[in-house]
Design a protein around this ligand. Sequence first.
Ligand SMILES: [Zn+2]
Length: 297
Amino acid sequence: MHDSHIHMALSPLKENYKSDIQDFVDQNGKKILVQSTDILDFTQTVEIVESINTIFPKVADLALGIHPTVFAESLERNSLEGLDLFKYAQKQTSVFKDIFKKNISKVKAIGETGLDYYDINIYSKFSKQEKEDLLEIQKNSFRMQVKLAKRHNLPLSIHSRDIVGSTQCTKDTLEILAQEGKGTIRGAFHSYTGEIEMVEEILDLGFYIGFNAIITYPSGENVREILKITPVERILFETDGPFLPTQKIRKDKKEEKRYGRPVLVREIMEYASDVKGIPIDKLEEITDQNYINLFGE
Ligand SMILES: [Zn+2]
C-alpha cells in the first residue's frame, strides 16, 4: 500500500503524524509521497519528511512544488505581501528554487504543480485583467517546474482542474508537458476529476492517474468511470490528506479522525478492487510496483 499524494505538513496531519504513519505501516503501508504547496509550507514539508523517516525509515518521499491555486487564493485573501501579482509569483519562484536547490539530493518528485482554472473562476470579484494575469502566471509557474523536472529527471505530481464541462485546463496542461518534453517527462495526474474524454490523452503521454476517496463518494460516479478505463499498470492510490476523508469516515459521526490520512488508502483500494474486478492483493502488488517505477525505491 502507498499514498502517492498527501500534505503531511498541514494540520491535523502534522500534529498526528506518528500515530497516522504507524496506522499506515501496520496495514502494510510502504511509501507516502509528501507534497508541498507554497512559501508557507516548503520548509515544514522538508522537516516532516525527515521526522517521519527518523521513526519509519524510507517511508516518506519528498515532493517540492508550487501549487497552481496559490496565486488566486493569495489575491483573494489580499495576502500578496504588498507586491503585485507578477512580483509575488517571482517571490514564490525564487523561494521555491532556493529550497529545491538545498534539498536536491532528497527530492523524489516535483509537486504539487499544474494548472487550476476552476479556482480562477470561482472568485467572482476578480476582474477580467486579473483572471488573464492569473492564467499567465499559472502557466509560467507550471512550465518552469516542468523544465526543472526534465533537467533533473524527476517525475511530476500534477493537479489539473477544469470548470465542470470544460477540457481547456487539461488540454493546456498536456500541451505544456508535450512542448517541454514529450516522451521524456513522466508523472501522475493526481485526483483527476475532469472529462473522461481526456483520459486517453493523459495515458498516451505515459502518465499515471492517482485515485483517492472521491471514488467512495456517491458523487464520484465520473471518477469511478475514469478508474474503469484506466489500465491497472497506470493506477496510483492517494489520499490528498488532510483533505478528502473516505465516505465511511464522513458518515461515521463517532469517528474522531475526520480527515484524510494514509491508512485510508486501504479502504480506497478495497473500493477500487470492486470497481475494477481485480482481487485486492493483486491490485496492491501492481500499484505498489507502479509507485516504485515512477518515484523510485
Ligand atoms: Zn494535493
